[in-house]
Design a protein around this ligand. Structure first.
Ligand code: IDP
Ligand code: MG
Length: 134
């Protein structure tokens, strides 16, 4: 099924100059970038995006990290876009992420793990609304 998903290159990916290389990975499998914007995530957007993690030990650090510098927000479209994006991203912890995945190739720690991607169609719709007011 043709789907839309939300992906965000996190502040470390932007600061380290990996925007182009990461976007290329989505394009080369045949997914399309439908919308793209660089911005700073507001505290309200961060809290809404990570609502499921509120109260966890890493939550405060996660919110300060995701709001710490520019990110690149994207709507990615294509067949099975949600699951294909998650596959290209790799495991949450770069220590577990396979080489060849985005987190495996560009990340070292769970605190700065390069990229966010919606984990379901429902999350994608919710996150697109948070970040693109669609
Ligand atoms: P996901 O990004 O692969 O969907 P989630 O479990 O939804 O992973 O966690 C959201 C984000 O919170 C992760 O990408 C990571 O940046 C951060 N995070 C998750 N678990 C930990 C942890 O145990 N320590 C530090 N940061 C964490
Ligand atoms: Mg998640």
């Amino acid at each position: 099924m043709v789907e839309k998903t939300f992906c965000m290159l996190k502040p470390d990916a932007v600061a380290n100059g990996h925007i182009g290389e990461i976007i290329n990975r989505f394009e080369r499998v045949g997914l399309a970038v439908e919308r793209l914007e660089m911005s700073i995530v507001s505290p309200e957007q961060a809290a809404a995006n990570y609502a499921e993690h509120q109260g966890k030990p890493f939550y405060d650090g996660l919110i300060s990290y995701i709001t710490s510098g520019p990110v690149v927000k994207m709507i990615i479209t294509g067949t099975d876009a949600v699951r294909i994006c998650r596959k290209l991203m790799g495991a949450t912890d770069p220590l577990e992420a396979t080489p060849g995945t985005i987190r495996g190739d560009f990340g070292l720690t769970m605190d700065a793990n390069v990229i966010h991607g919606s984990d379901s169609l429902q999350s994608a719709a919710r996150e697109i609304a948070i970040f693109f007011q669609e």
